[in-house]
Design a protein around this ligand. Structure first.
Ligand code: 0A1
Ligand code: ZN
Length: 878
């Protein structure tokens, strides 16, 4: 049991820093047994601080202090206090130079925060508060300094020495050691500091900016990954061009570096001029990576690159403003991905993530606003709410202002705040000032947590030719927040006439040139709209393109949904109608209303499978049934097994009824030999592999043979893994085992592929049982110290294999609790993320509910529980 409760940090307690640091001079002496860090800070009192602070306080974590000197004079022990998490230097002058020497042990750092070792190389992760694990420093983003960094290490083991900015000096030292000095001309907060030292291979290219400067682009990887850098390099060049074209943002340093490391807590990190990536988010070749990985890599490379402006040049005042950089940057990378591929597919994927995972977070015990007002551990707030909902909020500003005024607003924001650490409010103000629009009510999106519910009702007055729509908005109570005010919601809408044609939306009787689509702005708790000149009862197309992150409650009939599915001009809503229809069919099986699957669903899917005139990228998405996670999210008092059974019955029925169509679809999408990443080619592979999965699901013998063939001859990992996954989820035990074995033999030397191999098994309906998962933890390729391995087995099992995880006897929950406790000692950030599937215990029916709660209680009772896990468990149990 934790004896003391961690401190809660409040936004309302924000104060400007008492001291500023203008320059930091770092010298790292790297050794196998540890590292010595010499840090010299140019410090001065902050003129904006309301009082005169007597003492300088610096943050620290797990540091051994070796020496402190002020203006070159060593300080006696009574001039400073080493309090462990703080170094207090007593009675300091107004301006001075402070030198601190610390000793750290990167080789024993399993938390992967600060300076640590991964596959023999030194690397850093400083966001959010990792820099304090390197040296004593005012570790807060509103202290921005210029950094000069000298790295010294053994030359043969660490020939490559990197930090932010430009390399200005290098040379040899005694004992086979060498050094390189880097200087970053841009002032930055310490969370953007980075250092890498290792034996790395360099892949190089260039980019010529819009003003004609040539940038040296470098990707550093372990030599065995030499053939896996091309896609990341292409993605980087595309991102740089896109940011110039769409946002007018030019790159500012002469060098841009990316380094791939195997052990990394998150996806990647935007350190100034030296991005550090989780290997799985940068390395790819067609033989080893799936389409999904290729797309993820492109998006993450872009995301980190875009941070150079939205995050680095303009950064956050404090960590409550995290969405300032993350929400905006996710919005930017979504625009990029949409432009590089299929915009509809991208929107479907984003809306799916919002509706399954972010809505769940927003309704759970860790619910928080896009700009939170308190936290215990900031690492727990790198959430879907900060990132994805934050991006949706920016997207709504874009919708309200239109593209031109939005661009004006973003230009003003970058110009006004370049070199500053600012707030989400500053962002909104720039948008207001550039557009002349009042966004004061809109700001509630940053302050209020919870997903707004729009209750929509309609009636048609045939005589008067009026279609009336009433919309009521309510925002549910969430952890610590009640009685919320109505928010400003852009609600995109269209009406479909009897032949599917768009009905003009006349808000007054004789409105000429009425538009065929409108964005209604909801600002009140209740609105009603009248559309005039409507001849026959229309079918409404609501919340087009998911124009706001809200739930819509409208009493759809199956006829309406079928109609929208085939007629809506908005592709997103065609997809959504199909999802709602499938949800309705699955739910009616659970209610036991009628035992049979509605044949109209089968007919609709048959059309999708057989009409080549349809956008195949959209069809590939429409064929996917709503996930169990989404069905859970839509229900209360959840019985996971009942959801799983009903969904499986619908899948069985569809696959049996459409067997021949699926086989034809499989063969039609055989693809050409060479691997292409166009939306059409990706859709083809997706369709082919969905067809295969469905056929194997019903135990089709011919499909089993086809899967084996595909597995053997596939020229890319998407098809090979598609075949493997279909086999692993099937009842063909011998074939499944053989394929798994062959796959491992072939790829055991490639960590990214082995992670996929683990994931396929951990996610399997057949072999993903608890016993099989436990066996995977004993596999020689499993590594507790590597977050990717932990995620690919435990994370996938608990987070995605819902039917296997939610066992009525609670065995899945106890298993997860044990692993969380084990990881809590070595890597608290990963442990805190892993525990999340247990936190929504209140949503589940008995016996699940009590068993989940019990598992959480065992975690809470662990000795020396980290602050990270404590916060999540404590908030979930109260
Ligand atoms: N800023 C990075 C994500 C990131 C956040 C925290 C980390 O360690 C705790 C690491 C990376 C991004 O948005 O890409
Ligand atoms: Zn980011």
């Amino acid at each position: 049991m934790r004896t003391n409760q961690p401190r809660t940090i409040y936004l309302s307690e924000y104060r400007v820093p008492a001291f500023l640091v203008d320059h930091v001079d770092l010298r790292f002496e790297l050794f196998e047994q540890g590292a010595r860090v010499h840090s010299t800070l140019d410090v001065r009192r902050n003129p904006d601080y309301p009082e005169r602070a007597e003492h300088l306080e610096l943050d620290g974590d797990s540091l051994r202090l070796e020496a402190v000197s002020l203006n070159g004079v060593t300080l006696e022990a009574d001039h400073y206090q080493d309090q462990g998490d703080k170094l207090v230097v007593l009675s300091v002058p107004d301006q001075f130079q402070l030198t601190v020497v610390t000793w750290i042990e990167p080789q024993n750092n399993t938390r992967l925060e600060g300076l640590y070792k991964s596959s023999g190389m030194f690397c850093t992760q400083c966001e959010a508060e990792g820099f304090r694990c390197i040296t004593f420093f005012p570790d807060r983003p509103d202290v921005m300094a210029r950094f000069r960094t000298r790295i010294e290490a053994d030359k043969s083991s660490y020939p490559v020495l990197l930090s932010n900015g430009n390399d200005i000096e290098r040379g040899e030292l005694a004992d086979g050691r060498h050094f390189v000095t880097w200087e970053d001309p841009f002032p930055k907060p310490c969370y953007l500091f980075a250092l890498v030292a290792g034996d790395l291979l360099l892949k190089q290219d260039t980019f010529t900016t819009c003003s004609g400067r040539e940038i040296d682009l470098r990707i550093y990887v372990e030599p065995r990954n030499a053939t896996k850098c091309e896609h990341a390099m292409d993605s980087l060049q595309r991102s740089m061009r896109w940011d110039e074209t769409v946002y007018g943002r030019e790159y500012d340093l002469d060098i841009f570096m990316i380094v791939a490391v195997d052990d990394f807590n998150m996806g990647a990190m935007e350190n100034k001029g030296l991005n550090i990536f989780n290997s799985s988010c940068v390395l790819a070749s067609p033989e080893t990576a799936t389409d999904a990985s290729f797309q993820r890599i492109e998006a993450i490379v872009a995301h980190e690159y875009f941070h150079n402006w939205s995050g680095n040049r303009v950064t956050c005042r404090d960590w409550f403003q995290l969405s300032l950089k993350e929400g905006f940057t996710v919005f930017r990378d979504a625009g990029f991905s949409a432009d590089m591929g299929s915009p509809i597919v991208k929107r479907i994927e984003d809306a799916t993530l919002m509706r399954t995972a972010q809505f769940a977070e927003d309704a759970g015990p860790m619910s928080h606003p896009v700009r939170p007002s308190s936290y215990m551990e900031i690492s727990n707030f790198y959430t879907l709410t900060i990132y994805e909902k934050g991006a949706e909020v920016v997207r709504m500003i874009h919708t309200l202002l239109g593209p031109d005024l939005f661009r004006k607003g973003s230009d003003l924001y970058f110009e006004r705040h370049d070199g500053q650490a600012v707030t989400t409010d500053d962002f909104v103000r720039a948008m207001e000032d550039a557009s002349g629009r009042d966004l004061s009510q809109f700001r509630l999106w940053y302050e209020q947590a919870g997903t707004p519910v729009l209750t929509v009702r309609d009636e048609f007055d045939a005589e008067a030719g009026i279609y009336r729509l009433s919309i009521e908005q309510s925002i549910p109570d969430t952890a610590g927040q009640t009685d919320k005010k109505p928010q400003h919601i852009p609600f995109a809408l269209g009406l479909l006439g009897p032949d599917g044609e768009a009905v003009p939306l006349r808000l007054s009787e004789n409105e000429a040139d009425a538009p065929l689509e409108r964005v209604l702005e909801l600002t009140e708790a209740r609105h009603s709209f009248e559309f005039h000149g409507v001849q026959t009862q229309p079918v409404p197309s609501l919340l087009r393109e998911f124009s706001a992150p809200v739930r819509v409650d409208y009493p759809w009939t199956r006829e309406q949904l079928l109609f929208l599915m085939s007629h809506d001009s908005d592709g997103f809503n065609r997809w959504d109608a199909g999802q709602q229809l499938a949800v309705d069919v699955i739910r009616s099986l659970m209610d036991g209303e009628n035992g049979a699957v509605d044949e109209r669903l089968v007919d609709a899917y048959r059309v999708l499978l057989n009409d080549p005139a349809l956008d195949q990228a959209l069809v590939a998405k429409m064929l996917l049934l709503p996930s169990e996670a989404y069905l859970i999210e839509l229900s209360n008092d959840v019985d996971v097994q009942a959801i799983h059974e009903a969904r499986t019955r619908v899948l069985d029925h569809l696959a049996n009824a459409l067997r021949d169509d699926l086989l034809a679809c499989f063969h039609r999408n055989a693809g050409s030999g060479d691997y292409q990443l166009t939306p059409e080619a990706i859709a083809g592979r997706s369709l082919r592999n969905t067809a295969l999965a469905w056929l194997l699901h019903i135990g089709d013998q011919e499909a089993c043979t086809l899967a084996q063939q595909q597995f053997d001859v596939a020229g890319n990992m998407t098809d090979r893994l598609g075949a493997l996954r279909a086999l692993v989820n099937s009842r063909f035990v011998a074939e499944r085992e053989a394929a798994l074995e062959t796959f491992y033999q072939c790829w055991e030397a490639d960590p990214q592929v082995v992670e996929q191999w683990f994931s396929v098994q951990a996610g399997s309906q057949q072999s993903g049982t608890l016993e099989a998962i436990k066996a995977l933890l004993q596999h020689p390729a499993f590594d507790w110290k590597n977050p990717n391995k932990v995620r690919s087995v435990i994370g996938v099992f608990a987070g995605q294999n819902l039917a296997q995880f939610h066992q009525p006897d609670g065995s899945g929950y106890r298993f997860l609790a044990d692993q969380v406790c084990r990881l809590d000692d070595s890597n608290p950030q990963i442990a805190a993320r892993l525990v999340s599937p247990l936190t929504r215990w209140k949503k589940f029916a008995q016996p699940y509910c009590s068993a989940m709660k019990e598992a959480l209680e065992t975690v809470r009772a662990k000795d020396g529980l980290s602050k990270d896990v404590y916060e999540v468990v404590h908030k979930s149990l109260r």
